[in-house]
Design a protein around this ligand. Structure first.
Ligand SMILES: NCc1[nH]cc(CCC(=O)O)c1CC(=O)O
Length: 314
C-alpha cells in the first residue's frame, strides 16, 4: 500500500509490558506514530506478563520467551490493543498462528555491557569473583574465557538487576547495552563487551512490533518505522535460532551485520560450562537473510551442535 492511499486510523492502542524499559520502548513508538499521524490518538496499554511475575527462577527453566509476550497477544486478539511493542530478543522464533511481526525498528547497540562498581572490565576481576547473569548465552561465553569466575543467577528488570549489584551481591553483572542506553543509564556501563568476546543474543537491541496477521492495514501504518537493514540482520539471526530449534535452555548466540552491502553473520552454540564452544561465520546476500541464517545453523550442526542441543533438551 502506498503512503498516498494510506488512511491513518483514528485511534491506535499499543500493548506493552510495564517495566521501565518496555515503557520507554512503547513511548518511543507512540511518539514516532504521533509525529507521523497527528490526527491519530495513540495510547499505551500497560500489562503485567507472567515473565514479569515469576522472578525467583532462572527464566530458561520456566518456559522462556513466550512468557513475556502471551498476555500482549491476548490483548491483540480481543481487540483491546492494535499493536504490541517488544524487545525482539524476547519474542519467540515461531509466533503463534494468527500473529505477525509487522515492523522491525532500528537496532540500538547490540552488544553486552560489563557493569561493576569496583572493576573496569572482565579481565580485571580476581579469581572467584561473582558475576551475575541468568543468560546461558552469556554464562557459556564467560566460562569459556574466564573459567576462574563464579557465575550466579540474576533476574528481574534492568533496575532490579542494578540494585542487586549495588547491594553488593555481585562483583559485576552483564546486561544488554541497549537497555541501559535507552533508559539513560549508559553511564553505568564500565566496558562494552565486543561481539568477538560475547556474541549477542538473536535480536538483541532491536524492537519488534507485533500485530494480528489479519491486519495488513497496520503493517502499512507502521512501514515508516521499519528499518530494512536491521530487519535483514534479525531475520538472519532468527532463522539460525529456528533451524537449531533453540529452546531458551540452549546457550547460543547469533549476530548479523551489514558490511559493504552484504550480510555478515556469526553464530555459536556451546555447552553451558563453556568447555565446548562451536562457532560459524558466513557472508550472504542481504536480500536472502534467512538463507544465511540457515547456512550458519547448518555449519554449526555439521560441527556437532546437534549433540549439544540433544544433551540440553534431553
Ligand atoms: N531478557 C530481558 C531483556 N530483553 C531485552 C533486553 C535489553 C534490550 C534489548 O536487547 O533490546 C533485556 C535486558 C538485558 O538483557 O539486559
Amino acid at each position: 500500500m502506498s503512503q498516498a492511499s494510506l488512511i491513518p486510523p483514528a485511534r491506535l492502542v499499543i500493548a506493552s509490558r510495564e517495566s521501565a524499559l518496555a515503557m520507554w520502548q512503547a513511548e518511543h513508538i507512540r511518539d514516532r506514530l504521533r509525529a507521523l499521524y497527528p490526527q491519530t490518538s495513540v495510547s499505551i496499554l500497560g500489562m503485567t506478563t507472567q515473565g514479569d511475575q515469576i522472578l525467583d527462577v532462572t527464566l530458561s527453566k520456566i518456559g522462556g520467551k513466550g512468557l513475556f509476550v502471551k498476555e500482549l497477544e491476548t490483548a491483540l486478539e480481543n481487540g483491546s490493543a492494535d499493536i504490541a511493542v517488544h524487545s525482539l530478543k524476547d519474542v519467540p522464533m515461531n509466533l503463534p498462528e494468527g500473529f505477525a511481526l509487522a515492523c522491525i525498528g532500528e537496532r540500538e547497540d547490540p552488544r553486552d555491557a560489563f557493569v561493576s562498581n569496583r572493576f573496569d572490565n572482565l579481565a580485571a576481576l580476581p579469581a572467584g569473583s561473582v558475576v551475575g547473569t541468568s543468560s546461558l548465552r552469556r554464562e557459556s561465553q564467560l566460562r569459556a574465557r574466564f573459567p576462574h569466575l563464579k557465575i550466579e543467577p540474576l533476574r528481574g528488570n534492568v533496575q532490579t538487576r542494578l540494585r542487586k549489584l549495588d547491594e553488593g551481591q555481585y562483583a559485576a553483572i552483564i546486561l544488554a547495552a541497549a537497555g541501559l542506553k535507552r533508559l539513560g543509564l549508559g553511564e553505568r556501563i564500565r566496558a562494552v563487551i565486543s561481539s568477538d568476546e560475547s556474541l549477542p543474543a538473536v535480536g538483541q537491541g532491536a524492537l519488534g512490533i507485533e500485530t494480528r496477521a489479519d491486519r495488513p492495514d497496520l503493517k502499512a501504518v507502521l512501514a515508516p518505522l521499519h528499518h530494512a537493514d536491521t530487519a535483514a540482520c534479525v531475520l538472519a539471526e532468527r532463522a539460525m535460532s529456528r533451524a537449531l530449534a533453540g529452546s531458551c535452555q540452549v546457550p547460543l548466540g547469533g549476530f548479523a551485520e551489514v558490511q559493504n552491502g552484504k550480510l555478515r553473520m556469526r553464530g555459536f552454540v556451546a555447552t553451558p560450562d563453556g568447555t565446548r564452544l562451536l562457532r560459524a561465520e558466513h557472508v550472504g546476500d542481504i536480500a536472502q537473510p534467512e538463507a544465511l541464517g540457515d547456512l550458519v545453523a547448518q555449519d554449526l550442526l555439521r560441527q556437532g551442535a546437534g549433540e549439544i542441543l540433544a544433551a540440553l533438551n534431553g
